[in-house]
Design a protein around this ligand. Structure first.
Ligand code: 1PR
Length: 523
């Protein structure tokens, strides 16, 4: 029996699913006494350091946790569950951590994108039972803006490179804690979990020790999901966002089955977009939550969900906040939520008032779940102009001229699945969302969507070069060379595709095999 500390924030379902998939049963902590009587405790921290410590204090878990940790019984901390062990964090000045490991938590100070999101390796500093049957050159999934700095080097189990080397896991006696997410790191992550659950005391050193690790470029499979005319939830795919063919919604498969297939094929992440979420309230659209629940049972890579994340009043006048909607998605198995239409409304308001409200969906969700949990999905469309002076938006010179030979364009944001254009451009939207606390940009492109013509490199450079959070390049992938192009001609950290994978024109494995000797990827 594994005892799991769930303090109510973020996606603990994935950890429960991962542990259960290894044949163990899980008991969720309900009182401080459950912590004190645990035989093996797993603490998957998700969210922000300040809100985590606040909840742990409110629930009276701090003292039992300290007592458990001092007793040197088996403990596995994940992500914030590692950071909580330290004395303090720059993320929440003035708030005390558990202070079991001397040292603090600091924000990344790098020239690279922050959060550090994606699959990176481990430089192993000492032997441990959790490395049993691993080679040492595997990659694991990270998603964080802060990292630990222990005062005593002897606790350092692994380091990872991200501009500089940071501590990516620690071990002190039977206390093990990782910055990466074993439950989201495919089969190798499950191996680490299994090693912890088996509780062997024999320390192992993998035979392939790395001296330097590198963040992999991520390949993401995207499933646009909606109900078809028969009322079945299907994966569909548009041509420039038009998902109907001869009047009916294209049906490319079942969401849970396809997600499972992409996990097996090596997808580094899976994104579900509830594309009619803007008109159907997700909490009444239970099938989508069910899709997430079922998928997270046997898909052990990060899951992002988008569609309909906004404040909502139902027919009985009951009000729901975007935070509540997001919370339901996290509880159902999502690691990140993506906000589309509402992000445009939020930024319009922000720019009009010239200051943050502190209450927008972006700010609220980032405060509780951390910046890395908030993805902004942008649906821009090219608008050609004769000269840059024609509009009050950042204009680029393009190598793909417009219908009247125009050599300049700007990228207009749209809402409601491309149905309505707004007077705001993709660059301004991305910059504003970063200021409001978003952790990643999913950059679609209506002009390229479903065309197989390749990513819009000009759009991606325009946005990526004006922000410091990671960008997911999306729309237009037609062959493995397009992925190579987007990773070599832009700084995008990941690339997403839908149509070519759904129609089985190209597999994720073949994209990776094309890139494997050319770029850092996860195999
Ligand atoms: O506005 O917060 O409710 O979120 C709705 C979400 O649904 C947004 O993220 C929006 O991008 C998405 N969406 C809405 N309508 C459509 C549509 O297609 N009619 N799909 C839609 C967006 C774009 C990509 C697509 C890539 C790759 N899909 O995600 O998967 O373009 O396609 P490709 O590789 O086949 O070219 P809200």
């Amino acid at each position: 029996m594994i005892t799991l500390l769930d303090y109510g924030a973020g996606n603990v379902r994935s950890v429960v699913n991962a542990i259960e998939s290894l044949g163990e049963t899980v008991k969720i902590v309900a009182t401080g006494d459950d912590i004190l009587s645990a035989e093996k405790l797993v603490f998957p921290g998700v969210g922000a350091f300040g809100s985590m410590m606040e909840i742990l204090n409110q629930k009276g878990y701090v003292e039992p946790l300290k007592a458990y940790l001092r007793s040197n019984r088996p403990f596995l901390g994940i992500c914030l569950g590692l950071q909580a062990l330290f004395e303090k964090s720059e993320e929440a000045p003035g708030i005390k951590g558990l202070g079991i490991i001397p040292g603090s938590v600091v924000r990344f100070d790098v020239d690279l994108s922050v959060p550090h999101i994606g699959w990176n390796g481990l430089n192993i500093c000492k032997a441990s039972p959790i490395f049993d049957r691993l080679n040492g050159d595997e990659k694991y999934y990270f998603v964080h803006s802060y990292h630990v700095v222990p005062r005593n080097a002897s606790v350092v189990l692994t380091t990872t490179d991200y501009d500089y080397q940071f501590v990516s896991s620690i071990q002190q006696g039977n206390i093990i804690a990782t910055q990466f997410h074993p439950e989201k790191s495919g089969r190798n992550g499950l191996r680490i979990l299994k090693n912890f659950l088996e509780g062997s005391s024999t320390a192992k050193s993998p035979n392939r020790a790395l001296r330097h690790t590198c963040l992999a470029k991520r390949i993401i499979a995207c499933l646009d999901v909606r109900s078809n005319d028969q009322g079945d939830l299907v994966v569909t795919k548009g041509d420039q966002y038009d998902v109907r063919e001869n009047g009916t919604v294209r049906n490319l498969g079942k969401p849970v089955d396809l997600a499972r297939r992409y996990f097996e094929e090596g997808a580094d992440e899976i994104t579900f977009l509830n594309i009619t979420g803007f008109r159907d309230f997700p909490l009444e659209d239970m099938p989508m939550l069910e899709v997430l629940k079922q998928t997270s049972r046997n898909v052990f890579v990060p899951l992002t969900i988008g569609g309909g994340i906004k404040n909502y009043t139902d027919t009985n006048g009951h009000q729901y906040t975007a935070l509540e909607v997001a919370a339901e998605y996290f509880r159902s198995g999502a690691d990140k939520v993506s906000i589309g239409s509402d992000a445009v409304a939020i930024v319009e308001e922000y720019l009009k008032n010239g200051k943050k409200s502190g209450r927008s969906a972006i700010e609220e969700i980032a405060r509780v779940y951390g910046n890395q949990a908030v993805v902004i999905s942008i649906d821009p469309r090219r608008v050609y102009v004769q000269t840059p002076e024609d509009v009050n938006h950042p204009v680029i010179e393009t190598t793909t001229p417009g219908p009247r030979g125009e050599r300049h364009c700007w990228y207009q944001c749209t809402i409601n699945g491309g149905r309505i254009g707004r007077d705001i451009d993709a660059v301004t939207l991305a910059k504003s969302c970063e200021q409001l606390g978003a952790g990643e940009i999913l950059l679609n492109c209506i002009d390229r969507d479903g065309t197989n013509l390749g990513f819009d490199i000009e759009l991606i450079n325009a946005v990526k070069n004006s922000i410091s959070i990671p960008v997911i390049a999306s729309s237009g992938a037609g062959c493995p060379e397009h992925f190579y192009q987007v990773f070599t001609e832009t700084q995008a950290e990941s690339a997403l595709a839908a149509g070519i994978f759904h129609r089985q024109e190209i597999s994720i494995a073949s994209v990776k095999s094309f890139m494997k000797d050319k770029l850092e990827i996860r195999l």
